[in-house]
Design a protein around this ligand. Structure first.
Ligand code: ZN
Length: 271
């Protein structure tokens, strides 16, 4: 995604969500069926165009709910997986047919409309999904290990698909999401990651802490201040969170929240 398009990059969406308390929760409340990047993308467009954030659907999708998109309404842009066919060039002598293969990529399309852009029959609102930590851990194939570190500053650690949280951790649920993020982001494949009270300033830790921030804020849990401060500190150092890492953060946070929803319906696009 480049800046000359009329929507924000994942990095820009993440930076603004970190700076604006309440934005992640607002995005999740209105667009919890979508992945985090898309939820923030939709929310930003609604704010800019003065549209009430609410259920999203395609033109045809709304018809199924007996609602019609109003004339002249412009679609909301989201990121979606797209497939395309490509002829695979073979190093074969001339005259041999080249093979057609299907590739997938992600693209941005303005195919969606919010409820406020439609008219028709009344709709039930979709309840916000619940979250259960044990369900999330089971779904993500992560187990809890015994906390065996003697150092009282250590809050938690992650190794392989195991996490452990100190019984005296300052903000246990924040540390739990941070350690789950290390597993989901595959930071833990070959070594034990130990987190002490002060999160070291590196990009892996930014990723894990940003995921913890998104999860805590979305579930209205306390302890987001440290995560927010940590990421703002990183950004103030003129260090960008690259777009690629912002996308990874949104994908991991969406995956964790979805995994903890006992009634997951499945409608996630990307990031
Ligand atoms: Zn960490």
């Amino acid at each position: 995604m480049t800046n000359n398009q009329n929507h924000e990059t994942w990095a820009e969406l993440l930076h603004s969500a970190v700076r604006t308390p309440g934005k992640l929760l607002a995005a999740y409340t209105a667009f919890h069926n979508y992945s985090f990047g898309n939820a923030l993308l939709a929310l930003t467009q609604c704010h800019r165009r003065n549209l009430e954030p609410g259920p999203l659907n395609t033109y045809r999708g709304w018809l199924e709910f007996k609602r019609q998109v109003r004339k002249g309404e412009k679609g909301i842009t989201l990121c979606m997986p797209m497939q395309y066919k490509k002829r695979a060039r073979k190093d074969e002598p001339e005259g041999v047919e080249s093979e057609e293969v299907t590739r997938s990529t992600f693209g941005f399309r303005a195919y969606w409309f919010v409820l406020a852009q439609t008219d028709g029959e009344a709709m039930d609102t979709i309840p916000i999904p619940g979250f259960d930590l044990d369900t999330a851990l089971r779904t993500l194939n992560i187990t809890r290990a015994e906390f065996d570190e003697m150092n009282g500053n250590i809050q938690g650690f992650a190794t392989g698909r195991e996490i452990a949280i100190s019984p005296i951790a300052a903000i246990p649920h924040k540390t739990t999401f941070h350690e789950i993020a290390h597993c989901v982001l595959q930071h833990t494949t070959n070594k034990k990651l130990v987190d002490s009270e002060a999160t070291p300033m590196n990009l892996r830790e930014v990723e894990a802490e940003a995921v913890a921030l998104i999860c805590c804020e979305t579930l209205s849990l306390d302890g987001v201040e440290y995560a927010r401060g940590y990421i703002q500190h990183w950004l103030r150092g003129q260090r960008e969170i690259p777009n690629h890492n912002a996308a990874r953060i949104f994908t991991a946070a969406s995956m964790i929240l979805k995994a903890g929803n006992p009634l997951e319906m499945g409608c996630t696009l990307t990031a």
